[in-house]
Design a protein around this ligand. Sequence first.
Ligand SMILES: [Fe+2]
Length: 301
Amino acid sequence: MNNKSLWNYIINKGHILPSPLANRLGIPVLRTILANLIIRIRRFKNCRPQNDYENTLIKDGIVVIPDFLPEEEFSQLKKEIYEGISDQKEVIVANNGSSQATLYPFSKDRYKNFPAIQNFVKNKKLIRLIAAAEGMKVFNEISSFRFEKTIFGNPKADTDNNIPFHADVHFHSHKVLFYLSNVTEDEGPFGYCLKSHKNDFDRLWFEFKRGQLKDSHKNSWRIEDHLDNKFFKNYFQKLMNMKYKVVGKPNTLIIANVHGFHQRGEALEGASRSLIRIPYRYNPLGPQKELSPDMYSGSLF
Ligand SMILES: [Fe+2]
């Protein structure tokens, strides 16, 4: 491996490095330590957490805020979203096993005539949460988001690889999910293992041990495929002890650090779920330095 390809491995934004050798050498651990340090400095310099919600997000890796918008504002927002998608041509249909998600990207020019959407993307509470979590300077408005509607199929045929617990990336990066429909245990609630985003000794040791496995370089790697190994079984058990299923009414806002372990919860056949998603990827080591959300990357969870 020459210097250039080693660097490419280091700046790769996925959780999984594609090289078995890099994994065995513990490069993922070094990469995580470095990224963690940069993000801590970035937070200190750009936006320190101030209120309870911001502190909870940094401490637990997730914060859930029910009744996020005033009732009237929320119903207006919902109305405008449905108006906005009625003539939208830029629709993406994603099939995940037996489930189907329809995704509607909203960019700045798309919502300029919708006052409630304008208010939402300029919501100071939301912007501060994102800025404190990602370590960005507080910005004026969110430049894009996505509305998505998922209709769940037969759970036995649901091959969605987001159902088993996983971490998306090697650094602190966040997803905002804003429930527009009621999400119960049966409607694919977001699942999160509290505090699993922390790069403490346990997590770094886990990453090192993971790197020693034969399939460590595969993107589809999931801890649940390694429960025959005592170390991974114990680690998984600890994660499950901290599991939090986010059920919530419409108007529930979730922001989660997806360096921590999470899942798309299971759902009943025929159940549906609508939400607004804003995924952020502000890679401390990679070339991607823009502050806008990363609309098209990543999974449905
Ligand atoms: Fe994920």
